[in-house]
Design a protein around this ligand. Sequence first.
Ligand SMILES: Cc1cc2nc3c(=O)[nH]c(=O)nc-3n(C[C@H](O)[C@H](O)[C@H](O)COP(=O)(O)O)c2cc1C
Length: 336
Amino acid sequence: MNSHETQENQPIALNWRMSVAPMMDWTDRHCRYLHRLLTRHTLLYTEMVTTGALLHGDVPRHLRFNAEEHPLALQLGGSEPADLARAARLGAHWGYDEINLNCGCPSERVQRGAFGACLMNEAPLVADGVKAMRDAVDIAVTVKHRIGIDKDESYDFVRDFIGTVAGAGCEVFIVHARNAWLKGLSPKENREVPPLRYEVVARLKRDFPGLTIAINGGFKDSAAVAGQLAVVDGVMVGREAYHNPWWLAGWDEEFYGAAPSALTREAVEELMVEYMEREAREHGTHWYSIARHMLGLRHGLPGARRWRQAWSDHRLKGLPAREVMALARTAPSVQD
Ligand SMILES: Cc1cc2nc3c(=O)[nH]c(=O)nc-3n(C[C@H](O)[C@H](O)[C@H](O)COP(=O)(O)O)c2cc1C
């Protein structure tokens, strides 16, 4: 079990009970900073970074993160064991707590690179990659995958995939509970059209009781999450966490037994503005690329639309973030 020190010097154990999914273009370090303000315990994932981008590209651009983001997993896309090992070593060196291998992305671009979901057809190669990464780093090496490929709904396929990859030492599987259809669907459709089959994940947990199995796909409320936590070891939430981040403010209490949070949305907004000011000073980041991740903070509240419009109004881009906050807060509070 990995651990690291929190700001209060309390070690927080790495576990997979709650996590926010890796999402390209969404879960960048600014988004994760927001999520970490809302929940101390939830495990956060980066966007997928390909081994090619890491080994031949701008490493700091891909790997830099804020110390506050721990516990934090780096998701890799790739298939060559030697490249995966080198990329994992970089991730460990930069201080990530976990390396996760993407075996669930169905995009055509990823298929051309022969990684992502199509790797489910090559379990021995995934096992080699896992072994190479485990030999290279001391941190956890985990796999995120689907329950099948195309229209093949045979349970044996996903069971054998996990069996082979677990044989190489992977102990944690995050299972997006729908098939990936490799032809004919866009990545977005591939998150909506193939049916969710949670019972497959429950069966995997029964067949592999010694492995950590987290479920992913379609979670939108705490009751559904709690139901799954009675069956499997963890729940990973993607889109709903992004669109309705305030939900995360209850997770430490609901799913980790922590004391109730005293946070308010206003306090979170204020802390985000402080972060925007720091980022502008230290890295020249424009607040606009940070604010875009918090537009859902008032999701469901009266006036949310006007508040969101102020924070996403490109005509206000020339103003300091603090002034935009003042404008957003005084935007006429019409009912959405
Ligand atoms: C915008 C977007 C980008 C995504 N990028 C990735 C990615 O980089 N790696 C990955 O494993 N899954 C990616 N996913 C899939 C999510 O991690 C998750 O498996 C999927 O959205 C289902 O969970 P949900 O129903 O809670 O959103 C992405 C999803 C979205 C919406």
